[in-house]
Ligand binder design. Structure first.
Ligand code: PMP
Length: 449
């Protein structure tokens, strides 16, 4: 048996995969990714792929970053583990909290650490309850989030998320309510994107009024819905959401697990959209995906309320602020500070405008869109009416597989193709990536007809 077959065999016998149809892959054999370099990953059979998804939106600086490796190795020598419970800290946790705060919107100066985005969203729910208790309004428990959002896979994260296929598999938490997403193309609305954006935002106001403004604790949203299909809101959306949160005193939680640390060409997308959130949820790219780390950035007003409690905060994880993960994050922030944020804002977002948007000319593509260094393609049967293919996801799956054949990792969400490539690419790599994508679209079109 080849080494590859042996791995597939062990995997099929003993491994339960996340977000996978296990029976299906056990039949086909899992794709084994054995090594990586720069922006490329390699399958165990040697097949080389340009990673258009930066892993799972996390390896924003690609796979070869010796400075992060070195920081991890040195930290393992110096202090491989200590916790941050019971009045303790360690150097890297303090340095990183300061380093993140310095890059955050000016009113956010406190960090709570978790190991993942899901835990960070769960922690936000806990902190929100604690905040309203401190303010003497414990009845404020209702949370509003959005349909088709992804906020993680823990009970809290998956309840906040608005993905029906996930909700079907467990009992979601009570008192979490969902409003529509600002998906102008998908709604096939007869109104302008700006008008649509305002209407979508005002759903929040309606929901607050329906639930009673004194009962609503917080609104959770991703700045741009990532896993839901890179849903970029119209320009009118976020200013109106901010107005509504301010008017009703509802806390604004911006889940930047994907968009934090440079994806929009700003340290945080909240800055890009000029938001003043109460919490920014982060994870993934904070360590370039090399160590698990997530957390919450907390606004000064929430921080003050949390600190006003006289009892202990009864919440935390064994690995909250793990020293090795914090060391990896400090090195990642150092590298990002070497000009990568500006590179995304100027060079890479321009390359996306020039090359990615041109994919909109392909007969299979109803809309190509991008912002910063993310992009999406809507696959449709008919461009002018925006008619979709009969079975949602079929064209997307074909295109994803065709893309792998063409040497590019693109992800499919239903019939929406998405990319979020690493910032180490340059303009000519973006051109190359879009040529591979065009090739994948050609193969898909042929298969569909
Ligand atoms: N929030 C968002 C917006 C995400 O995209 C994700 C992961 N894709 C999460 C939360 C959950 O993060 P994790 O997988 O690290 O728990």
């Amino acid at each position: 048996m080849t080494q590859l077959k042996q791995w597939q065999h062990k995997d099929a016998a003993h491994h339960l995969h996340p977000f996978t149809n296990q029976a299906d892959i056990n039949k086909k054999g899992t794709r084994v990714i054995s090594h990586a370099e720069g922006a490329y990953i390699y399958e165990a059979d040697g097949h080389k792929l340009l990673d258009g998804m930066s892993g799972l939106w996390c390896c924003n600086l690609g796979y070869t970053q010796p400075k992060i490796n070195q920081a991890i190795a040195e930290q393992l020598q110096e202090l491989p583990y200590y916790n941050t419970f019971f009045q303790c800290t360690h150097p890297r946790a303090t340095e990183l909290a300061e380093a993140i705060s310095h890059r955050a919107p000016a009113h956010m100066n406190r960090v709570f650490y978790t190991n993942s985005g899901s835990e960070a969203n769960d922690s936000a729910i806990r902190m929100i309850h604690r905040y309203w208790d401190a303010l003497g309004q414990p009845q404020r428990k209702a949370i509003i989030a959005r349909e088709n959002a992804y906020h993680g896979s823990t009970i809290g994260g998956a309840s906040l998320g608005g993905m029906e296929f996930m909700h079907k598999q467990f009992s979601p938490l009570q008192d979490i309510h969902h409003i529509a997403q600002p998906y102008w193309y998908g709604a096939n609305a007869d109104i302008s994107p700006d008008e649509f954006g305002l209407q979508a935002a005002r759903e929040l106001e309606k929901k607050i009024q329906e639930l009673g403004e004194n009962n609503v604790a917080a609104f959770f949203a991703e700045p741009i819905q990532g896993a839901g299909g890179v849903i970029i809101p119209p320009d009118t959306y976020w200013p109106e959401i901010q107005r509504i949160c301010d008017q009703y005193g509802v806390l604004l939680v911006v889940d930047e697990v994907i968009f934090g640390f440079g994806r929009t060409g700003h340290w945080f997308a909240s800055e890009c959209y000029q938001l003043t959130p109460d919490f920014i949820v982060f994870a993934k790219a904070v360590t370039n995906g090399f160590q698990p780390l997530g957390g919450l950035l907390i606004s000064d007003r929430v921080g003050k309320a949390l600190l006003s409690h006289t009892d202990d905060l009864a919440h935390g994880f064994t690995y909250s602020g793990h020293p090795v993960a914090c060391a990896a994050a400090l090195a990642t922030l150092d590298i990002l500070s070497e000009g990568y944020i500006d590179k995304v804002r100027n060079e890479l977002s321009q390359a996306m405008q020039d090359y990615w948007l041109a994919l909109g000319e392909h007969p299979l593509v109803g809309q190509a869109r991008c912002k910063g260094f993310v992009g999406a393609l809507e696959l449709v049967k008919d461009k002018s009416s925006r008619e979709r293919f009969d079975k949602n996801g079929k064209a997307g799956t074909l295109c994803r597989d065709a893309s792998l054949q063409s040497g590019l990792v693109m992800r499919a969400t239903g019939d929406t193709m998405i990319i979020a490539p690493p910032f180490i690419l340059d303009r000519s790599d973006v051109k190359d990536l879009t040529e591979k994508a065009w090739q994948a679209l050609d193969i898909t079109l042929k298969q569909l007809s």
